[in-house]
Ligand binder design. Sequence first.
Ligand SMILES: [Zn+2]
Ligand SMILES: [Zn+2]
Length: 253
Amino acid sequence: MFTAELTFECYQDTTINAVDGAITQLIDALRYNGQILGREFPTSMDDGVFITRVVCPEEESLHPRHHSCIVEKRLQALSDAGLLAPKVRLTGMDLHSDNTDPCQQPEWQVLYTHYLSTCSPLRCGEHLAPIPLYKLPTPAVGDHQDLLRWQVDWSSTDELQMHGTTLKQACSDTLTDLTSPLNNTGWQLAKEIEHKSQVPTYYYLYHLADSAEHDQKARPCPNCGGDWQLAESLHGIFDFKCEPCRLLSNSPW
Ligand SMILES: [Zn+2]
Ligand SMILES: [Zn+2]
């Protein structure tokens, strides 16, 4: 991942409100298109110039060829707020985030996130490395907002059950039950991605140790009831894989 600065210059008199609104809308559009990552984007003002700091999956993430229609519209709207199109300056490599997947076209992919991850929730099956969302076909709604909302819901639920002080049981149930609204949405999103990209796309179903469950090997696929245990663990995370159902899961840690 790479850090970058977007510098916005005013070319006519304007108000802080107008500038703030236009920059926020552009930043949201870039985020929902996967061109920038995370949820916090510090913006500073200095002598009529505004600088927003972002993290990108690739050096070229902010190149216009990756823009969605919504990003294009938000860029055009900047001039209504008296702003020029931003200058992009790459400031370095981010040491804290995962490297982007090197594959041109992954053989298979998985929807997988966790409570610390701000990367793309779609990962290459072979490398488990995040795939920038702008590389996917654009969904009918124009961006990947639904997928990113699912990711925030999943990681927030995971964080609550990890901390164990608030709603622990409810969050564990939500994460582990294939029929919960959270998993239902994620599994459906994975199916839509597979349909659009023509790449087999799995959904990761979180599994927790259950005291009543003695024989893990007897645990069948929660959808079809088939045998889905892998001979060897994949990436040290996935111990169960059902191909027809496009599901992956773990042994309890
Ligand atoms: Zn890969
Ligand atoms: Zn199955």
